[in-house]
Every structure is written in C-alpha cells, then in structure tokens.
Design a protein around this ligand. Sequence first.
Ligand code: KG4
Ligand code: ZN
Length: 338
Amino acid sequence: MVYILGIESSCDDTSAAITRDDIVLSNITATQDVHRKFGGVVPELASRAHQQNIIPVIETALQRANISKKEISAVAYTKGPGLLGSLLVGISFAKAFALGAGIPLLEVDHLQAHILAHFINDGSGSWIPPQFPFLCLTVSGGHTQIVLVNDFFDMNIIGQTIDDAAGEAFDKSAKVMNLGYPGGPLIDQHAKEGNPVAFRFARPNIPGLDFSFSGLKTSFLYFLRDKIREDKDFMINNRNDLCASIQASIVSILMQKLRLASEITGIKEIAIAGGVSANSSLRNELLNAQDFYQWRIFIPKLEYSTDNAAMVAITGYLKYLKKDFGTQVSTPYARSKL
Ligand code: KG4
Ligand code: ZN
C-alpha cells in the first residue's frame, strides 16, 4: 500500500491530504479569510497565512487519516502554477519533511491535479474513472482551458481563454455588484432565486475553441452603470436576476465551446474541473448535455472542485507508480507548463 501526503499552497488555500493508493483518507483545507476585506487575494498576506496554517493543517490531516508520519511513502506538493511566495511555503515544507523521513518527493502541476482529481476512487464499488481519451473543461480563478487528456500525464490544451478566466468573470462581476469575495459562490447562491433570461449581455465571437470573457465583463459593467443612472436602486432591486443572467452568460460561453470540442474531436467522455466546476448551473447544463448528446460526464465532488490537496496526493500517487520522483533542488513556477 502507498500512503501519500499531498500539500497544496498555490493560492489562498492551505490544504493537506492523505491518500492510501487511490483512496482519500483525509483532505483538510484552511481558507484564508484575511483577503475578504481587500476583495481579492493579497499575495504577501497569502504567504504569511500559509506559514501559520501549514503545520496545523498537516497534523489534522494525519490525525483524521489515523496514520503516523512514519507510514508516509512519499510527499506530493504543488510545484506551480501559482503565487510564488505561497508555493514556496508548500515546497519548503515538503522538502524538509521528505528529507527528514528519507522518502521521495513528488512534484505536481496544479492544473493536472485538478483534472486527475477524477481518478480519486470514491470507494463506493460502483466508481468508474474517465476512459482515455477524454475532454476536460478546467475552469478556475486563473485558468479556462479545454484539455484533451490522452493519458494521465499526456495532456494537450486545445482551447483556452485569450483574456480573463471564467472564475475571474464571476469574481469581477460580483465585485461590481458589491457582493463580496470570492464572488463565484455568491453569484451562484443569488442566481438560484433569479431569472437567467432577465438581462442579456454581449457575447464574444471568438473562432475555434478559445474563450474570451473581457467583453462580457465590460458589457455587464456598462449595462449596470447605465441602469444605475436611471434608478439608483437598480442593482439592489435586481440582484438575483443580475446574478442569474451573468451566470447564464458565462455558463453558455463555456458550454458552447465544450460542445464544439466534442464535435471536432468526436469525444463524448467529458469532465469538468477547477473551482468554477462547483457552479450549480454549469453542473446542470452538463447533466442536460449528457442526455442530449449522449455524453458520459464526470463532475468532481464539491470538495475536489475548488483547490484541495486530495487532487495533489492522487496525482502524486500516479507519479509514484511511474517512479517519477522530484528533487531537493527543484524550484516552483508561477506560469502554466501544461
Ligand atoms: O480552482 P480554484 O479553487 O482556485 C484556482 O486555482 O483559481 O478556483 C477558484 C475560482 C474563483 O474564481 C471562485 O469564484 C470560483 O472558482 N468558484 C465558483 C464557484 N465556487 C468557486 N464560481 C462559480 N460558482 C461557484 N459555485
Ligand atoms: Zn485551482
């Protein structure tokens, strides 16, 4: 049996997980509330909070998994992409732990980890992982990609955003409505009470499988500005409809490209990953497409959608099986290497 300690510290969540082979024994995440009052992640504060959180989070993960440090076979950590100061906390801890215990290191790419979260065995007995090749729509605060997954570590990006990420579109729309941070889950919540066709915003016209969200953001901003000029209470009185409408626009852009990718590649094995894959409307649209287009769909559990260490541990486990170990002289990277 292989026990992996996974560590995730690429942005504002400090997370640790323990896996036994492909089963998750524990997955503990400390979110950092310190950023809320700034309306976005402050990198300097994130690194400091990781420093405070990392030991307690790892100790809790070990306790919940009911195993001792000595039983860990290897340490997997997120090497990038992400905030360098944040990544450095995870990588430094991982190196020290591996050195002390005399066990190997496993270097994990955050975006691959979001996708490989689909290989976490839920232990139900009826669990079936995606079959290769499959398509994965990875949508997070920093990335929006359609990835052709040929094998665990053989992935090609066949479409991506040319400007903002889908998560940014949610977060920035929430910011102009003064909803708070992070905006995605808040828009999702308000949208449940709103009408998704109440308002219409400009749709991008980008050829192929690439995405663009900056035009939608501007269209939303100007629309609100004009309406507030006419009625200063417009935003408060229409909050739920605004949330439902902007959410419907973002989801429809994502689904349109995902359908096109399936059409072009002929692949009907479709997964979603990343923080925005927690969105209830995106999940519903995918369920509808499953019936309509005879797709086989893979939606991660909520705890494996947003940043978490279980996805890092499972990716580490898959690397461990290949004996693809890391080194003590590795350094983190800020930009995607996928
Ligand atoms: O993957 P993630 O946790 O961190 C990054 O790697 O970026 O994604 C965070 C993003 C944020 O933009 C957040 O607003 C968005 O995921 N998000 C959501 C929902 N939950 C998280 N967006 C829409 N609906 C949600 N329910
Ligand atoms: Zn992420």
